[in-house]
Every structure is written in structure tokens, then in C-alpha cells.
Design a protein around this ligand. Structure first.
Ligand SMILES: Cc1ncc(C[n+]2csc(CCOP(=O)(O)OP(=O)(O)O)c2C)c(N)n1
Length: 352
């Protein structure tokens, strides 16, 4: 185990009883089913991409515990700013899977978030969601709403100016933010040792005047407990927290990447022993909450959900080329109007 890393479940699924959260059996099984659904939905997306039915996307393989565990601690009134590797977060928060698939199929309609969910759209520009999340948290504070704001990001985002600006602001104004960094050891091909000379990402919080903690990101109970605590602190005026989820990106960076060109197979094998779903299954089995019948039910339900989402996404009309113009401004600028007219002429095959 890494020094100074908060863990509840050891790799063999044994829990530290004094740290176990008091969750009912149904919630423990729900956590498992959300993680298993995330994995199945992620693997399906990979197949769709390889079949030419989906665009480039960022696989979540290996991140199921940090995504599901943290999102499970959120309440509906809290706000969430995800990034591009957050499938389990979206599934846990209740975004229809169809939306997620649509987005990666290149249809912006997928990011039309249902009005009853306080979730922002996927952020692809690295780290750009962090200042937004602090602005949102500041608004919560002004309005005296007892809600917290979570922003998700990778280790690479911690080298962006946006990271420093956002966390500094959060520290100074004691905003109700919880920053959750998935330290999955790589930013595309850049290993974390080339990302920072700091001992951990968690310790960066000290410079901004608040607490940072490193969690075992493959331990769903650790992620749930720490996030829950940080959210409660944020909602009750205790200020921000940075949680570093120490994990590993088991897949390629995106479907356009080939990770075997820059990392050793032995390293990947080493991490596959720490699989978050396997570990939680051992824990549940020991408690009498997992057996083959339960597993079959979980897999069958996941398959039904996924098949329905694929069907719905593939039967949604494709975006029109004009849609490129409609999401940025409420009223388009004269320049954009000219460009749109030009595009329409081009599509009609009538160049000016
Ligand atoms: C501002 C910006 N710079 C560069 C890129 C290209 N890019 C996309 S993902 C990525 C690496 C992100 O790594 P990390 O933040 O660790 O997240 P991970 O992909 O590992 O989950 C880069 C450099 C981008 N999307 N945005």
C-alpha cells in the first residue's frame, strides 16, 4: 500500500471495520451494480467505436470505483462538473446512457442535460471546468444554499493554469467545492512523475490553504466515505477539499491512442491485480451479498440498459451541419451569420 493513502478495502477485499461506512446491504449491492454497469457500458462503447458506430472516446476502464464511489455520495441539490473520463459518474447520477453515447457519436444533443440533474456537460479542454465549478460554488455560498460542488479532472489538469486559479480562489473565498482528481498515472503518454515533482497531488491543496487527501481510487468504499465527508464539510461552511484518487488508466487514453508504445505490460499487469470491481466482489461475497445469481441479474440488467441506449442513440437524427453555429451565442454575431450563409450555400453546392 502507498504511504498516506486512505483505504478501507485491501486488495483481497478485507475491510478495516473501524472505517467501514454504515451503508445498508441494498446500497452496497447498488454500488456493485453501478460499477459493473459502467464497465459493461464502457466496453460496449469500445466495440461501437471499433465498428465505426461511435467516434473517438475516452475509456473509463479501471476508474469505476472512483467514479461511482464519489458520485454515490452526492445529493441531488449538489452540482457536478465532470470531465471526459466520467462514465460511471454520469451513470450514478442518472444521466440517461443514451445521452452519453450520443455525445461520443458526435451529436451535441447528448449533452442536453435533463433539467432535474445538476450536472454540467463533458469538458474536453483540460482543466477548464475547474474555474466554472468555483464560480458555481461561490454562487451557492452567496445564495446560502446548503449545496456542494464537485469538479472531476485528471492528473494532467493539475499542470494547467486553470487548476491554480480555481483552487486559489476556492481557498481564499472558502467556497463549498470538492475537487476530485483521478490520478490515473498518465496524461496521454506523460507519466505523473513528469507531471509534477510534488510527492502527491493531494499535498498541493496545502499551498491553497485547505485539506488534500490521497485515497485509494480502486476502493469504492474509501472513495464514497471521503467524498461524503468532504461534501458535508463543504455544505456546512467548512470550505473546499482536494481528493486525489490514486488509480490507473487500464485502457488507452482514447480510442485513438496505443498505450503499449509508452508503458510496460508488467506495469499494466500489476495494476490489473487491483481491479476495483473484483475487490468489491470479494468484499460482498464475504458478507453474503454476492453470488452467481446476483451477478447474472446485474449483467442482464446492464445489457438491457445498454442495448436500449444504443438503439435510442442510433435512431436519433444526426446533427445538422448548421448546428455548429447554434450553441455558443444566444444571438449570433454578424460574422457567424455570414459564415452560416456561406455553409448553407456550400451544402447546396452553390458557391458564391
Ligand atoms: C487545454 C487542453 N490542452 C490539451 C488537450 C489535449 N489533451 C486531451 S486529454 C489530455 C491529457 C489529459 O490527462 P489527464 O488530465 O491526466 O486526464 P486523463 O486523460 O488521464 O483522465 C490532453 C493533453 C486538451 N484537451 N485541452
Amino acid at each position: 500500500m502507498i504511504e498516506d493513502m486512505f483505504q478501507i478495502l485491501a486488495e483481497n477485499g478485507r475491510a478495516r471495520p473501524e472505517r467501514e461506512p454504515s451503508l445498508p446491504a441494498s446500497d452496497l449491492q447498488k454500488l456493485y451494480s453501478l460499477m459493473a454497469t459502467t464497465r459493461a457500458a464502457d466496453l460496449k462503447a469500445l466495440k461501437l467505436q471499433r465498428q465505426g458506430r461511435m467516434g473517438t472516446f475516452a475509456p473509463s476502464l479501471g476508474h469505476e470505483a472512483c467514479q461511482v464511489g464519489s458520485a454515490f455520495a452526492l445529493q441531488r441539490k449538489d452540482w457536478v462538473f465532470p470531465y471526459f473520463r466520467d462514465l460511471g459518474t454520469y451513470i450514478t447520477l442518472g444521466l440517461p446512457l443514451k445521452n452519453y453515447y450520443l455525445y461520443w457519436m458526435g451529436n451535441e444533443e447528448g449533452m442536453r442535460i435533463p433539467a432535474d440533474l445538476n450536472i454540467f456537460t463533458i469538458s474536453v479542454p483540460v482543466g477548464s471546468q475547474l474555474p466554472h465549478s468555483v464560480g458555481c460554488a461561490l454562487a451557492m455560498k452567496y445564495r446560502k444554499e446548503q449545496a456542494a460542488v464537485v469538479a472531476y479532472f485528471g492528473d494532467g489538469a493539475t499542470s494547467e493554469g486553470d487548476f491554480g486559479e480555481a483552487l486559489n480562489f476556492a481557498g481564499v473565498f472558502r467556497t463549498p467545492n470538492v475537487f476530485i482528481c483521478f490520478n490515473n498515472q498518465y496524461a496521454i503518454s506523460t507519466p505523473v512523475r513528469q507531471q509534477t515533482a510534488a510527492k502527491s497531488i493531494a499535498e498541493k491543496a496545502t499551498a491553497f490553504g485547505f485539506n488534500g487527501i490521497r485515497a485509494d481510487g480502486n476502493d469504492v468504499l474509501a472513495m464514497y466515505s471521503l467524498t461524503r465527508e468532504a461534501l458535508e464539510k463543504a455544505r456546512t461552511g467548512g470550505g473546499p477539499t482536494l481528493i486525489e484518487a490514486f488509480t490507473y488508466r487500464m485502457g488507452n487514453h482514447t480510442t485513438s491512442d496505443d498505450a503499449s508504445r509508452y508503458r510496460m505490460e508488467a506495469e499494466v499487469n500489476e495494476w490489473s491485480r487491483r481491479d476495483p470491481i473484483e475487490r468489491f466482489r470479494l468484499y460482498l461475497k464475504d458478507k453474503g451479498l454476492w453470488d452467481e445469481t446476483f451477478e447474472s441479474r446485474v449483467q442482464r440488467e446492464a445489457e438491457d440498459l445498454i442495448n436500449k441506449a444504443v438503439e435510442e442513440a442510433e435512431s436519433t437524427p444526426p446533427p445538422r451541419p448548421e448546428d455548429l453555429f447554434i450553441h455558443t451565442y444566444e444571438e449570433m454575431t454578424p460574422e457567424l451569420n455570414n459564415q452560416l450563409a456561406e455553409l448553407r450555400d456550400f451544402l447546396k453546392g452553390e458557391p458564391k
